[in-house]
Each structure stands twice: as C-alpha cells, then as structure tokens.
Design a protein around this ligand. Structure first.
Ligand SMILES: Nc1ncnc2c1ncn2[C@@H]1O[C@H](COP(=O)(O)OP(=O)(O)O)[C@@H](O)[C@H]1O
Ligand SMILES: [Mg+2]
Length: 251
C-alpha cells in the first residue's frame, strides 16, 4: 500500500467496526443503534451538534462506560467486553474532550503516561520521535504542564495520544476553544498520521476545516448516524448545507 496517496473509501480493510451500539446513562438511552466502520489508515470525521451522542459513543467503544447493547470489533477481534486498558493495548487511543493532561506533572511525564498501557514504567525510547514532531515540547520538557497555554496543552494531549503509536487515534474535539493556527496544526498532524497509516477518528465542530482532510465523514444526530459519505458526496448533496446550518462556520 502506498503511504502517499489517499485510498478510495472501500479499498483498505476495516479496522474498527461498530455494530448497533446502544448506550444509556441510567435509564436514559442517548445512543440508539449506532453502526459505522473506520478503515485502516483512514481519516474519518464525526460531525454533529452538541449533545448528539458523539463522545458517549466513543467512550463506550473504548470501554470507558458500559454499553447497553451492540458489538465493537477492532482489527477483527471482538472488543465489546474488553477492559479499557486492554483496548488501549490493542491499539485504540482516545484523546478525550477537554485536553485532560496532568497540569501538576512535567511535559515529559505527561508524554510518558501515554506509554504506560504497554509499559508500566514508561517507555523513554518513544520520546525522541515525539520531540522531533513537537520541538517546543522538547525545549520545555521539564516544565510543569500547567505553564503551557491552552493551545499547547491540547497539543500535548494529542502528543500523549500519539506516543503509544495507536492503530486508531480518536481525537474528540481537539480544537475546541483554540486559535485558528493551532487548530490548523492539529488537523495537519492528524492528516500526516493518517498518511503514515494511522487511522484517525476526529470529532470536530469546524465542518469545512475537518472535511478538507477527511476521507470519510459520519454525521450524528439524536444518538444515531444520520448520514455517512465521502466529503465529495457531502458537498455534492444538500447535506453539507444542512450540517453547516447551526455550526460555528455557517456563512
Ligand atoms: N455523564 C452523563 N450523564 C448523563 N447524561 C449525559 C452524560 N454525558 C452526556 N450526557 C447526555 O448524553 C447526550 C449525549 O452527550 P454527548 O455524548 O456528550 O454528546 P456530544 O459529544 O455529541 O456533544 C446529551 O443529551 C448529554 O446531555
Ligand atoms: Mg462531545
């Protein structure tokens, strides 16, 4: 497989397969039978308004909250009942909404935390690659993460997700509240990872920006997948206008 060309949707093997996922908080079901697939090395984007059920679905896929029903498989293995740490070990990392890094730890210790699922003492051999991608983190490696700006903290969260070299990196609204240049950088990093063979599942409110990089998009509404299509298909239908209405980018 060429690492430099984007593959059409149906060529790469399925990596993540979510089948009829239902998730509830107590008695209130908020995810009502979600099914979708992410293929190897694909840059997939999940769109949808606040409260649509995106984060809930992703938490359930990663075993962080219980599923009411449904099946999830990854790389051909059923992970529907697998514990979160083993799911990370199998190659899914979810960079959660709201850049949850540890501000009382140094930048380097935050990065090492991203290697703990595979190596309980931390794997320092992974640091060099990350520092070459993020030289500003290398310079400040021994500083407390609390000293970073919001944008830098979010980049650290993405770097912490990348350091374990997942096969699927989930980025849940990484750009929320950030300056346009930082957003562009994060999206570019994700696109570069996808070109290198890491599948990306990005949740993003900035529809047009996200679609520029995406191979495939899912639209979630009211706990269901309302549409799934390539960016070209979205643009050539009236769907994109319906998605943009109410988004931050409507213009
Ligand atoms: N911890 C929780 N307890 C109860 N309800 C929740 C919780 N988290 C989210 N919800 C509700 O579940 C629905 C889906 O939320 P969420 O998955 O966060 O949506 P999105 O990520 O698409 O914005 C919303 O109605 C939200 O209020
Ligand atoms: Mg969310």
């Amino acid at each position: 497989m060429s690492a430099t060309t984007h593959k059409p949707r149906r060529e790469a093997p399925v990596l993540l397969k979510v089948d009829d996922l239902h998730v509830a908080y107590g008695k209130a079901e908020v995810v009502h039978g979600v099914s979708f697939e992410v293929r190897e090395g694909e840059f997939a984007v999940m769109l949808g308004r606040n409260g649509a059920g995106k984060s809930t679905s992703l938490h359930a896929i990663c075993g962080l909250i219980p599923k009411r029903s449904g099946r999830v498989s990854f790389g051909g293995q059923d992970i529907s009942s697998t514990d979160p740490r083993s799911i990370v070990n199998s190659g899914i990392v979810n960079v959660l909404e709201g850049h949850r890094i540890f501000t009382t730890l140094t930048i380097e210790d935050n990065l090492l935390l991203g290697t703990y699922a595979k190596n309980s003492r931390g794997d320092r051999s992974k640091l060099d690659r990350i520092y070459s991608i993020f030289p500003e983190m290398a310079e400040r490696r021994h500083q407390l993460a609390s000293r970073l700006s919001g944008g830098q903290q979010q980049i650290l969260a993405v770097a912490q997700g990348m350091i374990g070299e997942p096969r699927l990196l989930i980025l849940d609204e990484p750009s929320a509240g950030l300056a346009p240049l930082v957003i562009d950088r994060i999206l570019q990093i994700a696109a570069d990872l996808a070109r290198g063979g890491t599948a990306i599942l990005l949740v993003e409110q900035l529809v047009e920006k996200a679609l520029r990089h995406a191979d495939y998009a899912f639209l979630m509404a009211n706990g269901k997948i309302a549409a799934s299509a390539t960016p070209e298909e979205l643009h050539s239908s009236d769907l994109i206008q319906r998605i943009l209405v109410g988004s931050h980018e409507a213009n």
